[in-house]
Design a protein around this ligand. Structure first.
Ligand code: PLP
Length: 460
C-alpha cells in the first residue's frame, strides 16, 4: 500500500487532474453492509480501482480550485504514524499532548501572540472560527450588565461563508450581524464599519466583534487589519482574523507586512491543510486571552477528573478549549511537516505561488480575449474569456462551459466566482507542484476552448 501510494504521487502529473466518476463505479461503491471479513487485499484492490482514480485531484500540479492544499508524502507518512498510536488528544498525560503543545508554542511565536494565549489544532478554519467566535461571545456576555443588550458582530460582505454559518449557530445571524461593504479592492470599508458601530451604539446595541479577513476566499484581498484593530480598541470590541490561507503569508519576509495586523488580533483562525500542505484535515485557532478561551469550554465531570499524578494528569486538557472530547493526533502531521521541510522552505513555496499569480495575471492582461476581474493581492486570479457581441448571460454560459470542459477533460481544475454580479473563472494557487508552464498551458487551453465554443454561445 505504501509503495503504491508513493508511486501514485510520483505519477500524479501524468494523470488527468479530475475524472468524472463512471456510473458503474458509483454503483460498485454502493455495497451491502460487510458482515463477513473480505480481507485487506480485496479492499485495497477496490480502493485502487474505484477510489484512487476519481479523487478530487488536488495533488495535481494543475489543480487551481477553491483553496485546496496539495499534501506531501511526509504528511502521508505522518498520518500512518499517528494511526499507529491511535492516540486520543482530548486530554491526559502522554507525549502526543506535548507534541500539540509544541505546535501551539510555535504558532504563538510565528504570529506574535503572548505567553498567556492559547491554541488548539482543529479540523479547519470553519471550526477555528466557531471556537473563536464562541469565546468572543462568551466573554462579551460575561461583562457586567450585558444581559439585555443585543450583541452585534461585523465582517465585510466578502467574509467567508463559514463565518455566516458560525453566526447562525450562535443565534446571531438574524439580528446580531452587520455585513460591512467593501472598497474597490474587495477590502472592508473601515469608515463604513465605524459608521455602522456608531449607529448600533446609538440604538442601544453592543458591538462585540469584528471579523477581519487576511485573504478573502473570492479574490485573496486582505482587509486593513491595522485600521480594523484600532477601531476595535477604541470601542472595546473583540478583533478576530480569519486567515484561513492568508495568515501563512506571515512566514515570508517579503509578504509579512501585508498581514502584519494579525499581531493585534484577539483571535486568529487559519489552516495547515491549505498553504502548509499538511494532509486534510488540520486547522488552528489561536486566542490571546487563554483564560477566556478555557472559561468558554471547560467543564469538570467526575469521570474526567484531572489529577496531579498518573495518566489523568497533564492539565489543562485540550477538551477544555473546544467542543470535542475525543480528538485525533492531527498535531503530528503538522509537527512532521514543519520539521521535515522547515518553515523557510514552506514560505518560499508561498512566495512562489504569489509570483505565479502575478505571472498569470500578466498573461491575462496581455491577452485580447481575456480580462482580469480583480486586483491580485496574494495567490488568487479571477478572470474571464471575453468575446465581442455576447451578452452577459452568454458570456456566463461560455465561461461556465470552459470550466466544465477543463474539468471533464482532466486538463485543469479552476473554480468559478461571482464578483459584483459578474461570473468569472477563479484560479487559486496553494499548490507546491504547480509551475509557470502549468499556468501557460491553462491560458492556452482557456483561449482554445473559449474560441471553439464562442459560436455556440450565441444561441444561449
Ligand atoms: C477565508 C476562508 N475562511 C474560512 C475557510 C474555511 O476553511 P475550512 O475549509 O478549512 O473549514 C476558507 C476555505 O477556503 C477560507 O478561504
Amino acid at each position: 500500500m505504501l509503495d503504491d501510494s508513493i508511486d501514485f504521487l510520483r505519477g500524479i502529473r501524468q494523470r488527468p487532474v479530475w475524472s468524472p466518476i463512471p456510473e458503474q463505479v458509483k454503483a460498485a461503491l454502493s455495497q451491502p453492509v460487510p458482515w463477513e471479513p473480505q480481507g485487506l487485499e480485496a479492499v485495497w484492490s477496490d480502493f485502487k480501482e474505484l477510489v484512487q482514480p476519481y479523487s478530487t485531484g488536488n495533488t495535481h500540479p494543475r489543480f487551481f480550485g477553491w483553496v485546496h492544499g496539495s499534501g506531501t508524502p511526509a504528511g502521508m507518512l505522518a498520518e500512518m504514524l499517528a494511526a499507529s498510536l491511535n492516540a486520543n488528544l482530548g486530554g491526559r498525560d502522554h507525549a502526543p499532548i506535548y507534541v500539540e503543545r509544541a505546535v501551539i508554542e510555535w504558532c504563538r511565536e510565528l504570529f506574535g501572540f503572548p505567553g498567556g494565549s492559547s491554541g488548539l489544532v482543529v479540523s479547519g478554519t470553519s471550526m477555528a472560527n466557531l471556537i473563536a467566535l464562541a469565546v468572543a461571545r462568551n466573554a462579551a456576555r460575561m461583562e457586567a450588565g450585558e444581559g439585555t443588550r443585543q450583541l452585534v458582530a461585523y465582517a465585510s460582505t466578502e467574509v467567508h461563508d463559514s463565518v455566516w454559518k458560525v453566526l447562525r449557530v450562535l443565534g446571531l445571524e438574524d439580528h446580531g450581524f452587520r455585513p460591512v461593504p467593501t472598497d474597490r479592492e474587495f477590502r472592508m470599508d473601515v469608515l463604513a464599519l465605524e459608521r455602522a458601530m456608531r449607529e448600533d451604539l446609538a440604538a442601544g446595541h453592543r458591538p462585540f466583534l469584528v471579523v477581519g479577513t487576511a485573504g478573502t476566499v473570492n479574490t485573496g484581498a486582505v482587509d486593513d487589519l491595522g485600521a480594523i484593530s484600532r477601531v476595535c480598541r477604541t470601542h472595546g470590541v473583540w478583533f478576530h482574523v480569519d486567515g484561513a490561507f492568508g495568515a501563512l503569508a506571515a512566514l515570508s519576509p517579503s509578504l509579512r507586512d501585508r498581514v502584519e495586523g494579525i499581531r493585534e488580533a484577539d483571535s486568529l483562525a487559519f489552516d495547515f491543510h491549505k498553504w502548509m500542505h499538511v494532509p486534510y484535515d488540520a486547522g488552528f485557532v489561536l486566542i490571546r486571552d487563554g483564560e477566556a478561551h478555557r472559561r468558554c469550554f471547560s467543564t469538570a465531570p467526575s469521570y474526567l477528573e484531572r489529577t496531579s499524578r498518573g495518566l489523568s494528569g497533564g492539565a489543562p486538557w485540550f477538551t477544555e478549549f473546544g467542543p470535542e472530547l475525543s480528538r485525533g493526533f492531527r498535531a503530528l502531521k503538522v509537527w512532521v511537516t514543519m520539521r521535515h521541510f522547515g518553515l523557510r522552505r514552506i514560505a518560499e513555496k508561498i512566495e512562489e505561488n504569489c509570483a505565479q499569480a502575478h505571472h498569470l495575471a500578466g498573461m491575462v492582461s496581455a491577452h485580447p480575449s481575456l480580462q482580469l476581474a480583480a486586483p491580485v493581492t496574494l495567490n488568487i486570479v479571477c478572470f474571464s474569456f471575453k468575446c465581442p457581441g455576447l451578452t452577459a448571460t452568454q458570456l456566463e454560459w461560455l465561461n461556465r462551459e470552459i470550466v466544465f470542459f477543463l474539468h471533464e477533460q482532466g486538463l485543469a481544475a479552476p473554480s468559478t466566482v461571482r464578483l459584483r454580479g459578474e461570473f468569472h473563472i477563479r484560479v487559486n494557487l496553494t499548490n507546491h507542484r504547480c509551475t509557470e508552464a502549468d499556468l501557460e498551458k491553462l491560458v492556452e487551453d482557456v483561449v482554445r476552448i473559449g474560441e471553439a465554443l464562442a459560436p455556440a454561445a450565441q444561441g444561449n
